[in-house]
Design a protein. Structure first.
Length: 567
């Protein structure tokens, strides 16, 4: 026999080609879920399992112990442990992996170091939990110091820089999927969900001793949760053995692996077509799941960014220049430095739309942040890298019910005042609008109306607002609301179509008693409002002015806009 530097037996070239199998040795004591774990691995499509191949070897060396089925084991299994390791455990295999279940005590000193070849896992169980099951058995069947065998195997593998993962049987029962995922990851094999259950009854891989030992495991079909506490006192005659095993268990338990939670099922997307998107992040077009900004980015640190929403109609970006004007004004008001040029932003918008083949029915969320910081902190002095530009374009069918209208409630959250944060800056610090939206959601309303600090109507949490009373179209001054681009377009359209149009302070009562109300925004266009705070607006139906302006807006949006340079 040839032996290499580490004491492993070296095989001939012919043989080693046969033995390409990757061996996973799992060492444990009895009553530790070892058979269940073997059944679990037997469910994999890439793994063959062996049930205690070193059992006969162990029995041959321990003539004084008396195990049920002892003679059958000795007669039917290979007795020479080194031969078992060489020819059975590492022998040819039809599957990629071979899982070998072992009792730790079966690793007797006369085995060569080849028994340490392959991957190793230690399966442990608190002696306080497993020793009571030996209360009724004969003295000689009581397990030896299993935990000591496992601890010494652990130390030996460690000294060879092969630290084996340790899995606790109780953890496995508490969270089978999490622990099996963790175990598979630790031994570098993919997790398979088939490992979570098996059919009841005897299995072809069972050892010949199965009729004596496996009656309860044969009834099982999966790992079951452990009982909350033992329902019998701990047997006094095993107390000494417990004391001897416990420190070794405690030592191994400290090193045991923790569960890896199953990845959550992805939540359903409002629009399935957005599953595969390309997003522009700072000069790069990236797939949806890779499109990320640094945790040092100002947008993460303080919502320190400005943004625009653009809509795409028939191969064109509607009101692109107006949106870019507001974006650059907002960035200037926020004193951003190193702002990309107008041409660069346009190029990024077009490149992203073209990559996604978006010509219609799409919306772009364009975000410009103050950029990445050198350290977390508020000061723009830490922003030395320049702005971050994000172009997120998505398929966006109408977001509101523009045919039948929506209900609004008035939020208790007030719209920002120019005293604190001027609504003329289209910034990403949207908390006051989000709080209003939370109120709207709780009331199951389409959106929430927000008042200014004087109690007059400002806008909704996401849109500007208009009303009609006796043929006059009214909308609040843009003192507390965003000077919306759709708002400006609708004001122009109303004037052009000859409706008397007025911007002024409007109270909530005026809205409650309006003949017609609608909201405006790039994303949702013109959305009729049929109820506010339980008051029906007009006759509760979409009014004629609303319908007229909706149609005029659609016509304009479909005819104007900057052409996306598709080839
Ligand atoms: C609070 C708020 N009001 C109104 C609007 C509508 O503005 P625009 O018509 O420019 O899309 C928006 C859209 O960004 C908004 O966030």
């Amino acid at each position: 026999m040839k032996v290499d530097g580490e004491g492993f037996e070296v095989m001939g070239e012919e043989k080693s080609r046969d033995c390409a199998v990757e061996v996973i040795n799992v060492w444990s004591g009895p009553r530790s879920l070892s058979t269940s774990l073997m059944y679990s691995f037997a469910q994999r499509d890439d793994t063959e399992v062996l049930d205690e191949p070193l059992y006969a070897h162990y029995l041959r060396l321990k003539p004084n112990v008396c195990h049920p089925s002892q003679q059958e084991v000795l007669d039917q299994m290979e007795n020479d442990g080194n031969k078992v390791v060489r020819e059975i455990i590492h022998g040819p295999c039809k599957k990629k992996y071979r899982y070998a279940k072992h009792m730790a005590k079966q690793r007797t000193p006369c085995l060569t170091k080849e028994v340490l070849r392959g991957r190793h896992v230690l399966l442990i169980r608190n002696p306080l939990e497993f020793l009571p099951s030996f209360d009724k058995v004969l003295q000689e069947e009581i397990p030896e110091l299993e935990m000591v065998h496992l601890a010494s195997l652990y130390m030996e593998l460690r000294s060879m820089h092969q630290i084996p993962p340790i899995i606790d049987a109780t953890d496995l029962r508490r969270d089978p999927e999490g622990m099996l995922r963790s175990l598979c990851s630790a031994i570098d094999i993919p997790f398979q969900s088939s490992m979570l259950s098996w059919k009841a009854g005897p299995r072809p891989e069972d050892g010949v001793w199965a009729p004596w030992w496996y009656s309860s495991v044969h009834k099982s079909t999966e790992f079951v949760s452990p009982p909350p506490f033992a329902n019998k006192p701990f047997p006094k005659r095993l107390y000494k053995l417990l004391e001897q095993n416990q420190p070794f268990y405690d030592f191994l338990k400290r090193e045991a692996i923790l569960p890896i939670p199953a990845p959550a099922a992805p939540p359903p997307l409002p629009c399935l077509d957005n599953k595969e998107l390309f997003v522009w992040v700072n000069g790069q077009i990236l797939p949806r799941n890779s499109a990320k900004v640094s945790v040092f980015d100002s947008i993460v640190q303080g919502g320190d960014g400005v943004w625009e929403g653009l809509r795409i109609y028939k191969g064109k970006v509607f009101k692109l220049e107006e949106h870019l004007d507001r974006l650059f004004d907002s960035a200037k008001a926020m004193a951003f430095a190193n702002i990309p040029s107008r041409e660069e932003v346009k190029r990024a918008v077009f490149a992203t739309l073209i990559a996604n083949d978006m010509r219609d029915n799409a919306h772009v969320r364009l975000t410009l942040t103050r950029g990445e910081k050198t350290t977390s902190g508020m000061s723009p002095a830490f922003n030395v890298y320049g702005c971050t530009l994000i172009v997120l374009s998505e398929w966006k069918p109408p977001v509101y019910n523009n045919t039948d209208g929506i209900r609004l409630i008035t939020a208790s959250t007030r719209r920002n005042s120019p005293n604190s944060l001027d609504s003329k800056i289209h910034h990403n610090n949207l908390i006051n609008n989000i709080l209003a939206k939370v109120e709207g959601n709780i009331a199951d309303a389409g959106d929430a109306l927000m008042l200014d600090c004087g109690g007059f109507v400002a806008e909704t949490n996401a849109t500007n607002i208009f009303m009609v009373k006796k043929g006059r179209v009214l909308t609040p001054h843009a003192d507390y609301c965003l000077p919306g681009i759709t708002r400006a377009t609708v004001i122009d359209l109303a004037r052009r179509e000859g409706f008397p149009m007025e911007e002024r302070r409007i109270s909530l009562t005026e809205f409650h008693t309006a003949d017609e109300v609608w909201t405006t925004g790039t994303m949702g266009e013109l959305t009729p409002v049929t109820e506010i705070d339980g008051r029906q607006i007009g006759d509760g139906k979409v009014g004629p002015v609303t319908k007229y302006l909706q149609a005029a807006y659609s016509k304009l949006a479909e005819s104007e806009g900057e052409i996306i340079p598709f080839r």
